[in-house]
Design a protein around this ligand. Structure first.
Ligand SMILES: C[S@@+](CC[C@H](N)C(=O)[O-])C[C@H]1O[C@@H](n2cnc3c(N)ncnc32)[C@H](O)[C@@H]1O
Length: 198
């Protein structure tokens, strides 16, 4: 008998590659993507997760508290763009984060890799996450490497607590980033030290 660890949500699941990693770790998952062509590839690959064709900017439409956690890779920053005349980024970000908050169990985590184009965009994304009720902040891996730099929104559903502190990012030497690494990184100095936001 297979015992699943958690029920996770892959936001912007694409062809399901990251979902497959969740499967390998014994998790059950549900993926949502805006592109039918990506979901077709996921179907061809016979991924284990259930798939939904949908737009994160319209909210998730899942039952409250149903998710144990959520991940996404390079999807959320697209909500800051107005690709259609009817798109209002602030409304879309609000719909996304408030519905994500509702669908996660209390204390559950969402780890969203983002590529904000500039500081104001990063603050906009983070601001709507905090407004929805999440605690946490931005964690940066390899902050001084233009090629390896990766930025994650690490969110906990509910108020901050000792058991849900935000992890430190990785440094090029494999060590964890210190506060100095964060404050040296000029562009990020207001948001990369997640503890400041807790
Ligand atoms: C970098 S890919 C993620 C790939 C995925 N993690 C995988 O394993 O294949 C980003 C995905 O986000 C999706 N995406 C972008 N904006 C979206 C939106 N508003 N709603 C849902 N999915 C979106 C894209 O269609 C794309 O498949």
């Amino acid at each position: 008998m297979m015992i699943f660890h958690s029920f996770l949500f892959s936001e912007g699941c694409g062809s399901g590659l990251s979902g497959e990693t969740l499967t390998e770790h014994g998790h059950q998952w549900l993926g949502l993507d805006i592109l039918a062509s990506m979901l077709d590839i996921a179907l061809e690959l016979e991924v284990e997760g259930d798939l939904i064709l949908g737009d994160l900017g319209q909210g998730l439409g899942l039952r409250p508290g149903i998710l144990d956690g959520a991940i996404s890779f390079s999807a959320v920053q697209w909500l800051c763009n107005a690709d259609k005349s009817c798109h209002e980024p602030r409304i879309r970000l609000k719909a996304f984060f408030s519905s994500l908050y509702r669908c996660l169990g209390r204390g559950a985590r969402a780890v969203l890799q983002v590529y904000p184009e500039y500081l104001a965009q990063r603050e906009l994304i983070l601001g709507f996450a905090m407004q929805a009720g999440f605690s946490g902040g931005i964690v940066v891996d390899y902050p001084h490497s233009s090629q390896r730099r990766k930025e994650y929104l690490v969110l906990t559903c509910g108020p901050p607590s000792l058991s849900t502190t935000t992890p430190a990012g990785k440094r090029e030497d494999g060590e964890s980033c210190s506060d100095e690494d964060s404050s040296e990184d000029e562009e990020n100095q207001t948001v990369s030290n997640s503890r400041a936001l807790d």
